[in-house]
Design a protein around this ligand. Structure first.
Ligand code: ADP
Length: 367
C-alpha cells in the first residue's frame, strides 16, 4: 500500500497545450480518491503521469516518500485498469489473469493461489476456463480487475473503468469495486466524468476543470459546501439552478422576481449589499406551497414549463420571470400541467450564494 504526494504537478503537451496546471494533492495510504470533471479537464493526464505513462513537465510526484518522476512505470508497483480492457482473446480467463505473474517469473503454486483468490473475490471462479469472447461486458471488466488484483500492487489507478457498461451493470460494478477496496485496502485513484460514481465511491473527491483543481473534499462536504459555482453545478442531480440577482433592501432581486428573506437571513446576507450574485438552488430543497397561504419571505413564483413524472418523484422545470429557469424535485406524483402557475417555498438555510464575478461561494464567508 502506498501514500502519494503530488506537488505542483504540471503537464505541457508538445503542441503547447497545458493540460494540468499546478496540481497538488496528498493521498493517504489506503484512501480511495476520485478525480472528477468534464471531458478534457486533465483527469487522465494526471493519472497517466502518476502511472509513468506520461512525462511530468513540472512539479514532483512522490510515492511512499520517494520522488518517482523519472522512474519507469514498471518500477512504480502500480496496476492500472482502463475503460478499454484489452484481454488476450486466445487465452482463457485464468491465463489472462496469470499472464503478468508468469512474466514476472512467479512460481506455479503462487500464481494458482493468487488467481484463485482474485477469482473468488470477483465471482469469476465458474468462468476461469472460458475465453473472453464467451463473456459478457461486465464479466470481461471483472477479469480486467482480476488481472490488476493478482499483481497485489501498492496502488490501483482506474481510468473510467465502467464507462463501457450499461447503467445496471455500472451500479453493480461500483459496488464490487467498493467491496474490493474495503477488503484489500489498496490505495486507489479513480477517474470518472460521472458525478454519481464520484459521490458513491470516493473517500475524497477532486473536482477538476480546465486542468485545475476546483475543490478537494469528502462527497457530502462537496455537496453541502461547494466552493464555487462550477462545483455547485457539477455535483448533484438534477443540477443546481442558478438565478442572477442582487441583494438590496432585505431581498434578492432578480430579473423577474424578488426573493425576500426572514430577518435572521437578512442579517447574514447584509455582507453582499448591492453586490451582483448568483443564487444557487438545489432541486430537492424546493417545495410547492399553497398560493393562498400568505408569506412574507422565502417564496418564488413561477410557471411550470416541463413536468416529468418519474413515479417516486416529479421533476419540474419552472420559468421564473421571462428569462430564468429553476428545477424542482418534488416527492410523489404531481398532477400538474405545463403552463400552471406555481408557488415555490425554499429553505433559506439551503440557499447558495455565489459572487457573480469571482463565482466563489459567499455562504462560506457568511457562515
Ligand atoms: P480528461 O481525462 O479529463 O478527459 P485529458 O487528460 O485526457 O482529459 O486531456 C486534457 C487535455 O489535454 C485535453 O484538452 C486534451 O485534448 C489534451 N490532450 C490529451 N492528450 C494529449 C496529447 N497526447 N497531446 C496533446 N494534447 C493532449
Amino acid at each position: 500500500m502506498a501514500s502519494i504526494v503530488l506537488r505542483n504537478l504540471r503537464k505541457l503537451y508538445a503542441d503547447g497545450r497545458v493540460a494540468v496546471k499546478d496540481f497538488s494533492l496528498d493521498v493517504r495510504d489506503g484512501e480511495f480518491v476520485v478525480f472528477v470533471g468534464p471531458s478534457g479537464c486533465g483527469k487522465s493526464t494526471t493519472l497517466r503521469m502518476i502511472a509513468g505513462l506520461e512525462e511530468i513537465s513540472g512539479g514532483t510526484l512522490e510515492i511512499d516518500g520517494k520522488v518517482v518522476n523519472d522512474l519507469a512505470p514498471k518500477q512504480r508497483d502500480i496496476a492500472m485498469v482502463f475503460q478499454n480492457y484489452a484481454l488476450y482473446p486466445h487465452m482463457s480467463v485464468r491465463e489472462n489473469m496469470a499472464f503478468a505473474l508468469k512474466l514476472a517469473g512467479r512460481g506455479k503454486a503462487e500464481i494458482d493461489r493468487r488467481v484463485l483468490e482474485a477469482a473468488r473475490m470477483l465471482q469469476l471462479e465458474p468462468l476461469l476456463e472460458r475465453k473472453p469472447a464467451a463473456l459478457s461486458g461486465g464479466e470481461r471488466q471483472r477479469v480486467a480487475l482480476g488481472r490488476a488484483i493478482v499483481r497485489e500492487p501498492k496502488l490501483f489507478l482506474m481510468d473510467e473503468p465502467l464507462s463501457n457498461l450499461d447503467a445496471k451493470l455500472r451500479v453493480e460494478m461500483r459496488a464490487s469495486i467498493g467491496r474490493l477496496h474495503d477488503r484489500l485496502g489498496v490505495t486507489t485513484i479513480y477517474v470518472t466524468h460521472d458525478q454519481v460514481e464520484a459521490m458513491t465511491m470516493g473517500d475524497r473527491i477532486v473536482v477538476m476543470k480546465d486542468g485545475e483543481i476546483q475543490q478537494i473534499a469528502a462527497p457530502i462536504e462537496l455537496y453541502e459546501f461547494p466552493l464555487n459555482k462550477f462545483v455547485g453545478g457539477f455535483i448533484g442531480s438534477p443540477a443546481m439552478s442558478f438565478l442572477p440577482a442582487r441583494w438590496e433592501a432585505g431581498a434578492f432581486n432578480g430579473r423577474g422576481f424578488a426573493l425576500a428573506l426572514a430577518p435572521a437571513q437578512r442579517e447574514r446576507w447584509k455582507l453582499c449589499e448591492h453586490q451582483d450574485v448568483w443564487l444557487g438552488l438545489r432541486p430537492e430543497t424546493l417545495r410547492l406551497v399553497d398560493k393562498d397561504t400568505p408569506a412574507t419571505h422565502g417564496r418564488l413564483h413561477g410557471t411550470a414549463e416541463v413536468v416529468e413524472p418519474l413515479g417516486a418523484e416529479t421533476i419540474l422545470t419552472l420559468a421564473i420571470g421571462a428569462e430564468d429557469r429553476v428545477v424542482a424535485r418534488i416527492a410523489g406524483h404531481l398532477r400538474l400541467r405545463a403552463g400552471a402557475s406555481v408557488e415555490l417555498g425554499l429553505d433559506p438555510e439551503k440557499l447558495h450564494v455565489f459572487d457573480r464575478a469571482s463565482e466563489l461561494n459567499l455562504g462560506r464567508v457568511a457562515a
